[in-house]
Design a protein around this ligand. Sequence first.
Ligand code: ATP
Length: 308
Amino acid sequence: MNTAVISAQGLGRRFGEHWAVRQLDLSVQAGMIYGFLGPNGCGKTTTIRMLTGLLTPSAGEVEVLGQALPAGAEPLRQAIGYMTQKFSLYGDLTVAENLRFIGQIYGLSGKGLRQRVTELLSQYYLEAQANQLAGSMSGGQRQRLALAAAVIHRPQLLFLDEPTSAVDPESRRSFWEQLFDLSAEGTTILVSTHYMDEAERCHRLAILEQGQKRIDGEPEQLMGALDGRVVELEGPDLRRCKSTLVALDEVQSAAQQGTRLRVLVQPGLADPTATIKRALPVGYPGQLRLARPSLEDVFVSCTQGGAS
Ligand SMILES: Nc1ncnc2c1ncn2[C@@H]1O[C@H](COP(=O)(O)OP(=O)(O)OP(=O)(O)O)[C@@H](O)[C@H]1O
């Protein structure tokens, strides 16, 4: 895993006066599942559209699968798969007809096309729906069909733009199993999401906010870098504790999770639990302990804490 299939320097895109993506440097190695994590409007779709050659950058250099963009957009199109946020297949064609149609666009025909459609129907658990109109399927079935269509031509590189935003947790889990299967076969995957649990499944990820990359790395490393900075408080009156604690210079943020308050302290603090204890009312009966950092903590530490 040491060949960059996506490489960008200073990539940017402006709409009028507004920079939707700014100064983005990116390197995605072959075989990797690379995640873009960020809230709505942070520039995930705009970046993916530039990397697929569909949108011309306003600034920067970008090379995907050896093609400099936008010049190499046409040859690139045959080598990549792209699953957009919106269901873009034909609701009035059946599942099998949709796959045959997309297969033909990618130059498959005859026995090869029939075999590939049969294979995909089985692999993506769509055999029972083969003759059903795509428009009448459930969210999870549509999403499996969209993924099957995106990989019909066995692309080396697959772009998925918030692929699971409209499906239930069970469908999301099985969708990710399919992504790991594709990755194990050597497909490089770039996936955007605003779900922390999905981002944590990626080999590597970038956190985007307001069109800029705030941080990137392996999820475990990013979380490990916050060791010793997350304190969990369990006790009564957490709303009032929160307003007291966020007013401290030593505290970067605090967020309630059920019966607990997670407090992220500034880097370099010698004894975070003691600092927090001192700030709480004398005799406050709550429990304080250092907690294992989560990806949400990473997100809060490197952004303005905007809700995703
Ligand atoms: N064609 C366009 N014309 C003008 N502004 C645009 C256009 N496309 C995107 N933008 C703006 O660029 C910013 C980034 O949008 P983008 O769709 O890339 O974000 P996103 O992270 O994919 O969010 P979402 O998940 O909501 O699609 C937003 O402020 C959006 O309004």
